[in-house]
Each structure stands twice: as structure tokens, then as C-alpha cells.
Design a protein around this ligand. Structure first.
Ligand code: APR
Length: 232
């Protein structure tokens, strides 16, 4: 039996849009009525931690109410025939709830907290709210375990290695405007098949990419079916 081909699915906010979670750059430049610099930077955290905590508490409530859509389910279904790794910029858990087994969250996870002094100390958040009196093992308050603008993205080398080893790469619902995540596409080998699913005008990061210009909930199931049939 031939070894299974390796697939990397690289996702952004667009894959969760049809689950009711808003994207960042489609509308007015605001993220749920806030400027990104007011809620998603280390400076915002130093200036007004309560505003930041409240903002992420609201996002957590939304994520817990959302359900995976047809795109998340199709991505999980690829596991029946391929070795699949999901590399997501999303902080929601919709890939996991759809059944994807290997999910790397480049920008962190909304359902986790971390120490505000040591990123290695992480804690699950059981309620919608981060408990304000919770302290890490070093005595500092918890903060959301998400990567803010201006912070390093420690999982980039792991993701880059996955993309470099992929036979097929599918990019879904990302404007490819935020680095270093956007640079991952350049890690794909010259022989890799690269497909991008996005209804918008994404400027293609390299030649030879097939752009399926539809929403994730239709484009992703169609592509999954096509790929599964192609190897059956
Ligand atoms: N299906 C597929 N794609 C969609 C859909 C849909 N139904 N609706 C919108 N899109 C596309 C848009 O056309 C756009 O290209 O999703 C993309 C969303 O882009 P962004 O809002 O920029 O989101 P993303 O690329 O994930 O942002 C990257 O920026 O703010 C930070 O950390 C945050 O992880 C995030 C990062």
C-alpha cells in the first residue's frame, strides 16, 4: 500500500465566518466594534487589562455558541484518506469540534489562559469569563492565551516544517495580510499542489495556485470530494 499523501489545511477567519464569527478585514477595519490596537496588543493590556479581558470574554461566549460549518466538517473528512494537519490562525475550537485531530493554533486559543509573565504556563478556562482573581504558578494574573500584534509567533517553525513536507496545501479564508503566518505559503515545496479557497480578491502569493473563488462552506466540501475521488 502506498503511504498516504500529506495535506496541510491553512485556515483563517473566513473558514469560521459562516459559523457566525466575524472576520477581521472584511468590513470597517474594526474587530467587533473595537480597534485592534485597543484590545489585541501588549500595550492595550498594560493600559487597560479589564477592557482586554472583557473583549475576549465576549469572543469566548460567541465561540462557545458557534457550531462548525460544512467547511470545518469537510476538512475533518479529509483525514479518512490523507495525513492531515490543520494550521489555523483562528483562536476558536471549531476545527477540533468538527473532528480534526491535529490542529496547530498559530495565534493561540480563546479557551485557554496563560500566565501574564510566562507563556509556558497555560490553563484551561472553564467559564466564559477569565476569573479575575486567578493567578499563575508565579503569582501573576491570567491573560488570554492568544498572540497579540507585536508578539512573537512561537509555532511558526513547526508550521513551516509541516507545510514544507506537504504534498497538498489548501489555504482557506485568509487575507494573507498578517505576517509571519502569511509567509508559510512560501514554505511549500515546488511540487506541492496549492489551492486557495476564498470568495474575495486575495492576491496570490506565488504562481501556480488554483483559486476557487467561493465561500468555504461550498468550496471546501467540493475540493475534499474531488481529492478523495482522485485517489480512490
Ligand atoms: N469563506 C471563505 N473565506 C471567506 C468567507 C467565507 N464564507 N468570508 C470571508 N472570507 C475571506 C475574506 O475574503 C478574507 O480574505 O476570509 C478572509 C478573512 O481575512 P482576515 O479578516 O484578514 O482574517 P485572517 O487572514 O484570518 O487574519 C489573520 O489577523 O487580526 C489577526 O490574529 C488575527 O488570526 C488573525 C490574523
Amino acid at each position: 500500500m502506498k503511504p498516504r499523501e500529506r495535506v496541510v489545511v491553512f485556515t483563517g477567519a473566513g473558514v469560521s465566518a459562516e459559523s457566525g464569527l466575524r472576520t477581521f478585514r472584511d468590513g470597517d477595519g474594526l474587530w467587533e466594534e473595537h480597534r485592534l490596537e485597543d484590545v489585541a496588543t501588549p500595550e492595550a493590556w498594560s493600559r487597560d487589562p479589564e477592557l482586554v479581558l472583557r473583549f475576549y470574554d465576549e469572543r469566548r461566549t460567541q465561540v462557545r455558541k458557534a457550531v462548525p460549518n460544512a467547511a470545518h466538517l469537510a476538512i475533518a473528512a479529509l483525514q479518512d484518506r490523507f495525513e492531515v494537519d490543520v494550521v489555523t490562525q483562528n483562536i476558536d475550537d471549531l476545527h477540533e469540534r468538527a473532528g480534526s485531530e491535529r490542529v496547530l493554533h498559530l495565534h493561540g486559543e480563546i479557551l485557554m489562559a496563560r500566565s501574564s509573565v510566562d507563556p509556558g504556563l497555560r490553563y484551561p478556562i472553564m467559564e466564559d469569563r477569565i476569573p479575575r482573581d486567578a493567578r499563575c504558578a508565579k503569582g501573576s494574573p491570567w491573560r488570554p492565551d492568544v498572540v497579540w500584534f507585536g508578539e512573537p509567533v512561537p509555532l511558526i517553525p513547526v508550521a513551516a516544517d509541516l507545510v514544507a513536507r506537504a504534498d497538498r496545501l489548501v489555504i482557506v479564508g485568509t487575507s494573507l495580510q498578517v505576517w509571519p503566518a502569511a509567509g508559510l505559503v512560501h514554505e511549500a515545496g515546488p511540487a506541492a499542489m496549492v489551492v486557495l479557497i476564498d470568495p474575495g480578491e486575495v492576491s496570490l502569493p506565488r504562481p501556480g495556485i488554483r483559486h476557487i473563488k467561493t465561500k468555504a462552506s461550498s468550496g471546501m466540501p467540493e475540493l475534499a470530494l474531488e481529492w478523495i475521488r482522485s485517489i480512490d
